[in-house]
Ligand binder design. Structure first.
Ligand code: OGA
Ligand code: MN
Length: 294
């Protein structure tokens, strides 16, 4: 049976039926998923309880896997998953929720600000594939915002003003917004800012979109307060509910999003409950600063 995609969000996001992700991916299904990603930017697969190996095999069939080394505050000997995964859970190695004050938990709270994955890397991510193993009794949704429509809806004068701007992104900028400032010297080096275009062009659809994230903390050639205000205004515009889809997790969900045309954020949930989500990531096409804006 060919896979079937039904739109579930306001202007993007589709739910996919007619595929078992535990089975090897056929080239026809891989093509349909890539086409669906270009069109819907977020695809939701329900009822797919996957082992780590199955999650990895499905990811590898769609592209090259980005490793998660150095992106969080978890030490290498504290990880629950291999570096082919980003551990998006609130759990320590003992499988228990982190203490409320745990530095790793507080750093991870940065995921509750709007962002695009790995925008703090020179080559930002293409797809993220997030799989739910346990979910809390309430809260913990993930919200997605659709950046091509958000870009199109800007005033013409704003499009001209921002067309060539380049931002600096760092995980320190997003964490500073929630009052997390205590980075070690090693972390300051590891989280050194990288440059990203503010307006990017999608390689398949050719559409322009806003490349925003809470990781963006400055704009080249602009005073910081002015840059931060512009970024804040653009994020406010781009996350109006007409551009937003809310995903309410069930165990066994796998959600893929295209970081080149969406932002996302996690929502809060009870700190003492387990939320076990694991993400694989597919590497992006190249540095956005090399892209020419027409
Ligand atoms: C991520 C992420 C959001 C969430 O996996 O990149 O931001 O709801 N997750 O956990
Ligand atoms: Mn994320």
């Amino acid at each position: 049976m060919p896979l079937d995609i039904r739109q579930v969000g306001p202007c993007f996001a589709g739910a996919v039926d007619g595929i078992d992700l535990r089975q090897p991916l056929s080239s026809a299904d891989a093509e349909a998923i890539h086409a669906g990603m270009d069109k819907y930017a977020v695809l939701v697969f329900r009822g797919q309880v996957l082992s780590q190996e199955q999650h990895l095999a499905f990811t590898a069939a769609l592209g090259e896997i980005e490793h998660s080394i150095g992106a969080s505050l978890r030490a290498a000997n504290e990880t629950r998953v291999p570096t082919t995964f980003a551990d998006v859970s609130n759990l320590g190695k003992d499988d228990k929720p982190y203490d409320r004050e745990d530095r790793r938990r507080l750093f991870a709270i940065g995921n509750r600000l709007w962002h695009s994955d790995s925008s703090f890397k020179v080559v930002p991510a293409k797809y993220s594939l997030l799989h739910a193993l346990s979910i809390p009794s309430k809260g913990g949704n993930t919200e997605f915002a659709y950046m091509p429509d958000a870009y199109d809806a800007l005033d013409a004068a704003v499009k001209v003003e921002i067309g060539d701007l380049v931002c600096e992104h760092s995980q320190m900028f997003s964490r500073q917004q929630v009052g997390f400032f205590d980075f070690t010297d090693e972390e300051k080096q590891r989280f050194a800012p990288v440059r990203q275009r503010l307006v990017r062009i999608h390689p398949s659809t050719g559409r322009k979109s806003l490349f925003l994230a809470s990781h963006a903390g400055s704009i080249l050639g602009m005073p910081i307060p002015e840059a931060r205000l512009l970024l804040r205004d653009l994020i406010e515009h781009a996350t109006h509910e007409r551009f937003v889809h809310v995903h309410r997790w069930q165990v066994g969900d796998l959600v893929i999003w295209d970081n080149r045309q969406t932002m996302h954020r996690a929502r809060s949930f009870p700190a003492d409950e387990r939320r076990d989500l694991r993400r694989t990531t597919i590497v992006g096409d190249g540095p956005t600063v090399l892209q020419q804006v027409a």
